[in-house]
Design a protein around this ligand. Structure first.
Ligand code: PMP
Ligand code: GLN
Length: 411
């Protein structure tokens, strides 16, 4: 399966890697030659050109000062030594409480919750811990970039199912066809990056039904669980009948608290699934900085006001950027959750999204991410992802820059 990202222009140049010129045995082909991720590439280009960065998904204002203060105090007061491998009890208890509070899930913090260094690590641990060589793993494209290489490294056989803009509809027949008795897992991401899609209860039921039929598990990437808009509530597949012990639920403090650089993630899973996942974790990172864990535990205990406030704030930003882009002639697709909206390339007059993003960054001074980068093969090529978790003035300036650039294009 060719990955379109591997042909992504400029990636290795921005990262500055160079070919090694001495003779050595080949290195692992799964990672060797992979391009630098599109997020790093676009952020690098934005830094280099001074463009407003609406590419990589991170807020431009740090999360709650109270949480950062707790971390700062914990760093000073210590201990700063290895915490327990599964995570500090205070954070594992806080994650169990969140499971009950938001999803009515009863979780034993001591056997069913583990702290990781970001959701990325949790995903890696889950795939490495659960997938045996030859197992099939169903993946839904568009795909977060870390999934595929780790599935391959585990020896899993990827079975991609596509959903596509503008409707991002999941075709039940295509999904069913991707499952077989060799399916070990399906990896889903809800709310979904880059689509802004929140999987409906009926879609999750479809997935659950197939997992029950084929004895498969769901690795459920729910990093945007607290960023769901318009009064909707996030639903985890773990809440569905029969699925409590078949779902690995993954969250990230980075998104929940606008602290993406902290890389604190957490896994909730039944003990039989957690056991091998924890064994992978013990050899991937083993632990996560204890001061950050203490601070995240503090934040997870915030009242509803905090969680509702984040939603209201982000929803306002989504609408602000969406209306600015729509006024320029972009077709803006609905976004029910995440940090992202997707548009067509319409008013740019460029049919290739990768080229559009490169030229927008260099010529308009606004960086975004081509949606094609999230597909393994045969991607849609006329859609762009914009990240809206930025200050209002930054979003407005991005629209002004794009307007000016589009004007010059027409001349
Ligand atoms: N999954 C998805 C869908 C994401 O967008 C991201 C990006 N942050 C991650 C996982 C990784 O999360 P973390 O930064 O906690 O590793
Ligand atoms: N999740 C972020 C995004 O989609 C990127 C995280 C990363 O760069 N690894 O933009």
């Amino acid at each position: 399966m060719a990955n379109r990202l591997s042909g992504w222009r400029g990636s290795t140049r921005v990262a500055g890697f160079r070919a090694i010129d001495c003779e050595m045995k080949p290195t692992n082909p799964i990672f060797t030659g992979l391009p630098t991720t599109i997020f790093e590439v676009m952020s690098g280009l934005a830094r280099e050109t001074g463009a407003i960065n609406l590419g990589q998904g991170f807020p431009d204002v740090d999360g709650p000062e109270e949480v950062r203060r707790v971390a700062a105090e914990a760093f000073l007061k210590g201990p700063n030594q290895y915490p327990p491998m599964m995570g500090l009890p205070v954070l594992r208890q806080a994650v169990a409480t969140i499971n009950k509070r938001f999803y009515d899930l009863d979780v034993d913090w001591s056997t069913e919750v583990m702290v990781t260094s970001g959701a990325t690590e949790a995903l890696g641990d889950a795939i490495l811990g659960l997938v045996r060589p030859g197992d099939e793993v169903v993946l839904i494209e568009p795909l977060y970039d870390s999934y595929l290489p780790i599935v391959r490294q585990a020896g899993g056989i990827p079975k991609p199912v596509r959903i596509a803009p503008p409707n991002w509809e999941l075709d039940p027949d295509a999904l069913a066809a991707a499952f077989s008795d060799r399916t070990k897992a399906i990896l889903i991401n809800t709310p979904m990056n880059p689509a802004g899609k929140v999987f409906s209860r009926s879609e999750l039921e479809l997935i659950a039904g197939l997992c029950l039929k084929h004895d498969a598990v769901v690795i459920s990437d729910e990093v945007y669980e607290h960023l769901v808009f318009d009064g909707r509530r996030h639903m985890s597949p773990m809440q569905l009948p029969g699925m409590r012990d078949r779902v690995v639920r993954i969250g990230s403090a980075g998104k929940t608290f606008s602290l993406t650089g902290w890389k604190v993630g957490y896994v909730t899973a039944a003990p039989a699934l957690m056991e091998p996942i924890a064994k992978a974790h013990q050899f991937v990172t083993f632990t996560t900085p204890p001061a950050l864990q203490t601070a995240v535990a503090h934040g997870l205990a915030f009242g509803d006001g905090y969680f509702d406030g984040v939603i209201a704030d982000l929803q306002g930003k989504r609408d602000r950027l969406a209306s600015g882009l729509a006024a320029l002639g972009f077709s803006v697709l609905p976004s029910a959750g995440t940090y992202f909206i997707v548009t067509d390339t319409g008013p740019l007059g460029i049919d290739d999204d990768a080229e559009a993003c490169l030229r927008m960054t260099r010529e308009a001074g606004v960086a975004a991410v081509p949606v094609s980068a999230f597909y393994v093969s045969d991607p849609p090529k006329r859609f762009i992802r914009f990240c809206f978790c930025k200050r209002d003035a930054v979003l407005d300036e991005a629209v002004v820059r794009l307007a000016a650039w589009i004007d010059t294009q027409g001349q």
